[in-house]
Design a protein around this ligand. Structure first.
Ligand SMILES: Nc1ncnc2c1ncn2[C@@H]1O[C@H](COP(=O)(O)OP(=O)(O)OP(=O)(O)O)[C@@H](O)[C@H]1O
Ligand SMILES: [Mg+2]
Length: 261
């Protein structure tokens, strides 16, 4: 398996007027391989979006590095952008464009060969089941239709790495299952998929490996079975709580030690 994503000692902080210094991402290191689905599992405010935004070259790390498909996100951002498809959790579609137009537009933005463009767009429209509303203004589409269109436009240039921020949040179970099915297909094509979620069941179902993140810290990473084995818990929810509690204990010890000095 080839390493497609390598994150080393990544940190990012924000200065918030109310909260002071917020360590959004705190010394995170992880790797993901070709043909692998890696899930970042964490509660609200854990640092998932900040990590994914830095991977997508939309934000510069304070320290540490990210390599995607062998390219560095800070020194080679253009090459990274060509190697990724990024779906943000707040992705909006142009209201007065149809899915067909949006998918074509993103293919052009990503320099998809013009001779093959129409064939590619039509293939995706059919593959993602968008045919019935392919020419409707996107402002008239349901949340599920919009999300399927967004995913189609994220993969249109056939990048080796997909970064999906909460791809199924807010969707009904039927659309969520369709999206899970597409994520599995992309894995079987050999893509690397990094996605974020706070849905334990979804992460357990989809992921080859899971990274548990809380308050900016990556507390553990491994296959669902490895995480179960370490925590001696069966359900992912209990596994998650185990790692959070262990970390809090560790911090407690650190504080006690500091107080003794
Ligand atoms: N631009 C910003 N300015 C100040 N603080 C920020 C900014 N962006 C994120 N943060 C803070 O960084 C932390 C991590 O946020 P982030 O959005 O990465 O979390 P998340 O895991 O994606 O959460 P969610 O599940 O709610 O999407 C939070 O405390 C958040 O308030
Ligand atoms: Mg987020």
């Amino acid at each position: 398996m080839e390493t497609k994503v390598k994150i080393e000692n990544l940190s990012k902080h924000f200065s918030d007027p109310q909260r002071g210094l917020v360590k959004a991402v705190d010394n995170v290191s992880l790797e993901a391989f070709s043909g692998e689905i890696f899930g970042l599992l964490g509660p609200n405010g854990a640092g998932k979006t900040t990590t994914l935004r830095m991977m997508a070259t939309l934000m510069r790390p304070d320290s540490g590095s990210i390599s995607i498909a062998g390219y560095d996100t800070v020194s080679e951002p253009q090459k990274v952008r060509r190697s990724i498809g990024y779906l943000s959790s707040t992705t909006a579609l142009y209201p007065r464009l149809s899915p067909r137009e949006i998918i074509s537009y993103f293919a052009q933005l990503n320099d998809y060969p013009s001779t093959e463009l129409v064939t590619r767009v039509e293939k995706l429209i059919s593959h993602f089941g968008i045919q019935d509303y392919a020419d409707t203004y996107s402002e008239k589409l349901s949340t599920g239709m919009k999300q399927l269109t967004s995913i189609a436009r994220t993969v249109v240039h056939d990048p080796p790495v997909l970064i999906l921020d909460e791809p199924s949040t807010g969707l009904d179970v039927i659309v969520a299952q369709k999206i899970h099915h597409h994520i599995f297909e992309l894995k079987n094509e050999g893509k690397t998929i990094i996605f974020s979620s706070h849905n334990m069941g979804e992460v357990e179902k989809l992921c080859d490996r899971i990274g548990i993140i809380n308050k900016g810290k990556l507390l553990a990473a491994g296959t669902p079975d490895e995480l179960r084995e370490i925590s001696k818990k069966h359900y992912m929810e209990d596994v998650f709580v185990f790692f959070v509690r262990e970390y809090e204990k560790e911090i407690g010890y650190e504080k006690k030690e500091a107080a003794c000095i």
